[in-house]
Design a protein around this ligand. Structure first.
Ligand SMILES: Cc1cc2nc3c(=O)[nH]c(=O)nc-3n(C[C@H](O)[C@H](O)[C@H](O)COP(=O)(O)OP(=O)(O)OC[C@H]3O[C@@H](n4cnc5c(N)ncnc54)[C@H](O)[C@@H]3O)c2cc1C
Length: 299
């Protein structure tokens, strides 16, 4: 039978003997780590994978996600696992402590992700998307957007997703038709339909922050005319509190051959004309903005 959890000796060999991670952690960026702390962190991750994530893999797949009255319910057992994952602060394990991360080298974080995804890939999508969408805001968001969203995403209080695909736009993402119209207050009204959205709706987190690809009115056809927007499921007020529903409606979940515990959703944005999005700081890229060097943990 296939072995879901990597052998610890193999992991140690790759990290310490092949990739020489002990040399990497001599860099001042990783001053808080030594061989002993890394061993402890790897053991903790392995324990979580073996004791909590692996046992709910098959059961979660059998139970699957349910779509009831616009709400998606994930397998019941995923709630405890998500709570433990949050408490262990695994979501932002490789991010800078300045933004609430643990500051682990990405090499070590990838080894840990190997344990988690090996144990339960369907579960891993939820925290993975909290992190991915959060990273996007960390790198490209405005200062204000980072203040509003980042902490809650990196701690898993709020979920994340990525909304690219549409019924007529899969590989050919430039064919997307979701539109964005600028409002006087600087927000954008978003209208369109997205399909195959992993974690597009779920009942693990109180809010979901959707990065959405859409075309601003008058922008060129194809990929050149696509912009990115931050679209919360529930609007986030200026003081960080939750506001009203942002008109992001889940219309169903896909039946798949596997990973049934991961909700793959179809979403309608702006069905009632009330979906708003915020534009991150992308435009800086086109005004001669000097891109920062990637953090050392991402090199
Ligand atoms: C489980 C799952 C989760 C997903 N999660 C997300 C998500 O979170 N967010 C999101 O936005 N999307 C998501 N997707 C959608 C995914 O990104 C699309 O399925 C993907 O972009 C391919 O699009 P498509 O399915 O329309 O296939 P198509 O684009 O129609 O492709 C069908 C086939 O044609 C081939 N093909 C396409 N174009 C060409 C070409 N020019 N030349 C040669 N061959 C070609 C492809 O390789 C493929 O074999 C998910 C999909 C799945 C299955």
């Amino acid at each position: 039978m296939a072995q879901e959890i990597s052998d610890r000796r193999d992991m140690d060999f790759v990290l310490y003997e092949q990739l020489e991670v002990e040399k990497l952690i001599k860099h001042e960026k990783f001053a808080g780590f030594n061989r002993k702390t890394l061993d402890l962190i790897l053991s903790e991750a392995r324990n979580l994978a073996i004791k909590e994530l692996l046992p709910i893999n098959a059961a979660g797949d059998r139970e699957g996600c349910r779509f009831e009255n616009g709400v998606v319910k994930v397998p019941e057992s995923f709630h405890r696992a998500f709570k433990l994952y949050r408490e262990g602060e695994w979501i932002a394990m490789l991010d800078d402590p300045e933004v609430g991360g643990q500051g682990l080298p990405v090499t070590v974080a990838l080894a840990i992700a190997e344990y988690f995804n090996g144990a339960n890939c369907a579960f891993g999508m939820y925290p993975g998307l909290c992190h991915g969408a959060g990273k996007l805001i960390e790198v490209f968001g405005t200062q204000r957007q980072k203040q509003l969203f980042l902490k809650n995403m990196y701690t898993g209080k709020w979920g994340g997703s990525m909304l690219l695909t549409e019924p007529q736009a899969g590989s050919d993402v430039g064919a997307l038709t979701t539109s964005a119209v600028r409002n006087p207050d600087g927000t954008f009204s978003i209208t369109g339909n997205k399909i195959f959205i992993t974690g597009g709706e779920q009942n693990l987190t109180e809010n979901i922050i959707h990065p959405v690809l859409a075309r601003i009115e008058g922008a060129p056809a194809g990929t050149r005319g696509i912009s990115l927007f931050i679209v919360p499921k529930i609007w986030v007020n200026e003081d960080g509190s939750l506001g009203e529903s942002n008109d992001v409606a889940c219309t169903g979940i896909e039946e798949k051959l596997g990973i049934h515990g991961s909700a793959t959703c179809s979403l309608t944005l702006g069905g009632k004309g009330k979906c708003r999005g915020l534009k991150p700081g992308w435009e800086l890229a086109f005004r001669g903005f000097q891109w920062p060097a990637p953090p050392i943990c991402m090199r």
